[in-house]
Design a protein around this ligand. Structure first.
Ligand code: NAD
Ligand code: SER
Length: 314
């Protein structure tokens, strides 16, 4: 087996913490280097090496890759949809330049693999709302969505032109309890569980019938690892794969919580994030991912609710 040395960039974030821990279980603690602009997340302390790193500083990144004999990079550093609308230039610069720095270094150093996540935010108001297909009209309206769509084509370009084995998933809204979310439109579906336990009430920034595609973190980690471990010849999509798990509205997640906390009350007050949510599909067709590398999620809404509440109570 080829010895891999993995660098996770953005390891202190919502996905980074859980993905780093999962990768360390597979490849060994010493072979997975966590890195971030922020300090190390407490959950990572004592589990393996950590370096402070800015993905925008290409020279320093390149030095780390050579010095640590890195063979794979997982690039998670990005500015998400809601925060991106507050500072479009910053979002565009980080989301694009960070990716280009990684792809350039991957080409120069002949890295074995690169992982970079895209998002359902690539889709826009003209994309189909229900079972949005892999290939369809894509006209995003947020700077985040534009950066993800452009990023998908850079990945495809580096694969076709330079043979870089870069792989990607269009994650739905991700729900988790270990590490705080980073400023997305789907963050309500995390806040609601915390508030239900602490306050028994929650004011939602999306309207009651806003359906969005969502996924529980264990399924997102599973999908990421399955994609990265699939043989290269199975990967037919070199932009980014649609993946799907569940879709629900704020009203429906509140109903699921009420089965455990009957006194829970939800109210609704839409803000600027409503417009972003309205532009995205309500559900996603992921038959290509199913066919290529046997993708299948494990969690539905009620199973996730049970697990979220159980773990948040601990
Ligand atoms: P997050 O905001 O929680 O984490 C991002 C991490 O990147 C943070 O710890 C941040 O400190 C770090 N970072 C920011 N700028 C950096 C820089 N210049 N150099 C190094 N590190 C830097 O985000 P997340 O939710 O974990 O998302 C990770 C990836 O997954 C992103 O590309 C995001 O677009 C994508 N994604 C996330 C979701 C979701 O629901 N969380 C959905 C779709 C796609
Ligand atoms: N959860 C992310 C967001 O809302 C989707 O990419 O920004």
């Amino acid at each position: 087996m080829v010895k891999e040395k993995i660098l996770v960039i953005g390891a202190s974030g919502q996905i980074g913490v859980e993905l780093t821990i999962a990768l360390r279980k597979i490849y060994g603690n010493a072979n997975v280097i966590a890195s971030d602009l922020r300090e190390q997340n407490p959950l990572l302390e004592g589990t393996g090496p950590y370096v402070s790193l800015d993905v925008m500083n290409k020279e320093m990144l390149h030095v780390q890759v050579i010095r640590q004999n890195v063979t794979q990079i997982y690039l998670l550093a990005a500015i998400l949809s809601a925060t991106g609308e507050k500072n479009p230039n910053l979002a565009w610069n980080l989301n694009m330049q960070g990716l280009l720095n990684v792809l350039d270094i991957a080409r120069e150093e002949k890295l074995h693999k690169v992982y970079w996540p895209s998002s359902i935010a690539v889709f826009g108001p003209t994309s189909p709302k229900i079972n949005c297909p892999q290939q369809t009209i894509i006209e995003p309206i947020t700077v985040y969505g534009i950066s993800k769509y452009a990023g998908e084509f850079w990945c495809n370009y580096f694969h076709q032109r330079f043979n870089v084995d870069v792989r990607s998933l269009r994650y739905p809204g991700l729900i988790s309890y270990k590490s705080a979310p980073g400023g997305g439109t789907t963050d309500y579906a995390i806040e609601i569980y915390q508030q239900a336990l602490e306050e028994k009430k929650y004011e939602c920034f999306l309207s009651e019938d806003t359906y969005l595609p969502m996924m529980y973190m264990p399924d997102a980690i599973k999908a990421t690892i399955e994609l990265m471990e699939a043989p290269a010849e199975k990967i037919s999509v070199r932009t980014s794969y649609n993946i799907s798990s569940m879709s629900f509205s704020p009203k429906e997640i509140a109903e699921s919580i009420k089965q455990h906390i009957p006194a829970f009350k939800i109210s609704f007050k839409s803000d600027y994030r409503q417009n972003i949510a309205n532009s995205w599909p309500q559900s996603i067709d992921d038959t290509v991912a199913q066919k290529d590398w046997n993708w299948k999620p494990e969690y539905d809404l009620d199973k996730m609710t049970e697990d979220m509440l159980l773990n948040l109570k601990l």
